[in-house]
Design a protein around this ligand. Sequence first.
Ligand code: ATP
Length: 497
Amino acid sequence: MDTIVALCKRRGFIFASSEIYGGFNGFFDYGPLGVELKKNIRDCWWDDMVRRRDDIVGLESSIIMHPKVWQASGHVDGFTDPLVDCKASKLRYRADQLFFSPVVIDGNTVGYVSALESERTAAELQEAAESFKRKKAIQGTLAPVAPRDMTEATPEEIALIPSPATGEPGSLTPPRSFNMMFQTNVGALTDGSSVAYLRPETAQGMFVDFKNVVDTGRVKLPFGIAQIGKSFRNEITPRNFIFRSREFEQMEMEYFIHEDADWSKCHQEWIEWCRQWLLSIGLPDTHLSLYAHPKEKLAFYSRGTVDIMFRYPFGVQELWGIAARGNYDLTQHANASGKPQEIFDEATKKKFTPHVIEPAVGVDRIVLAVLCAGYAEEDVKDEKGNVEKRVVLRLSPRIAPVKVAILPLLKNKEQLVARAQALYKKLQRRYAVFYDESGAIGKRYRRQDEIGTPWCVTIDFDTIEKDGTFTLRDRDTMEQKRVTEADLFALLEEKVY
Ligand code: ATP
């Protein structure tokens, strides 16, 4: 992860927000290359999800909605995480991410150890238990640790569990519910009556505008409403770079189906669609897996949720959640607003409230996934046959920030530069391209490899003196071949869609 974070900063993909003031935990800025990468991911999703389908329409709802929306949706009462305070350090922890274990020697509990959730939680607890035994000089056999999280701790145990901040027991509070919605005030008054929320998901926009779309959009069941936009969650412990931040971007789609439709089949179809889409933007199948939420942990209205998981460097984590939500959301809004959210069934001549399948994914988590999966360091030979290291970012041409780099062989040869500039200008009308004339050609290739540019084009003397062809170099294979301008446009047409 450190390597990825360093590359992101060095090459202008992602910066810490407000960095000159020391950064702001949980917020990030996308730099010149990052913003292109992110836009490409959004555009691919929008094209595939909305424009290339007949059954899905788009929406852009406001970020701040009527506070009653969030009461009806259950977010005001229920959008909480369990929070544990450390009274000594004033640090806060998510109770389900703070683990502890009793230290058991010869069958007796002699104390407790704690550790924050990571890939090594159990190992860290074991090391802490061994260190505890050594420091207290207790003889006997140490039992293997039995990790549990703070939501499972009894009041007696809480008093004895050391805070990860201080290493001492006695300062952790019992878990309490912490609402993750950011509050603000709308209008000149700042009393309770003006409280509003930054949306913690984009989905409610689709439910609240459901009738507007049905009445104006000429849609027929089954159909979907899709939205891309910022969401905000006051995460207790933002971490793992852009994986869990406080301001992030979501791409969500609500697919409305008949109440008698085979929801399970539809759910499966969407899971597969989402998986295929991730493959289409270059994520390797080997890094993806599915996780079906156990029935007993589902919200009461939910019929099933399957997450597409991605193997990040810090562990296998949720990338895309695909939930079958019944007709819970529309029913809640119908009840709270007094306005039925129904559709008329021509076949049965009855009205009903449609059910919904919801694929919801975070753009930032996709950005992180493609960076992690695409990053490689390789030993390669330079022109003189010396072995050197190259950093390469294997991004799919669909999403790469720069599609082609145009490189005149020499910058002081007017004809080479003019031909390169002409091609550059022509390509620029349709594609994100980059012009670079400075430095040795090998160095220029490396610069493009590191930012994931799939192809480099070199304009040399043959181009201007012979047949007009130029060298096309492939980022992944490093193979070079002579191609015509028409070949290049055909390649881009095929690979960048
Ligand atoms: P998690 O369990 O990881 O907190 P969640 O189940 O609460 O996620 P959803 O409410 O299902 O997430 O949100 C849909 C998608 O939005 C997630 O699959 C994820 O890709 C993205 N997402 C959610 N929270 C964050 C966050 N804090 N930062 C970045 N992306 C997020």
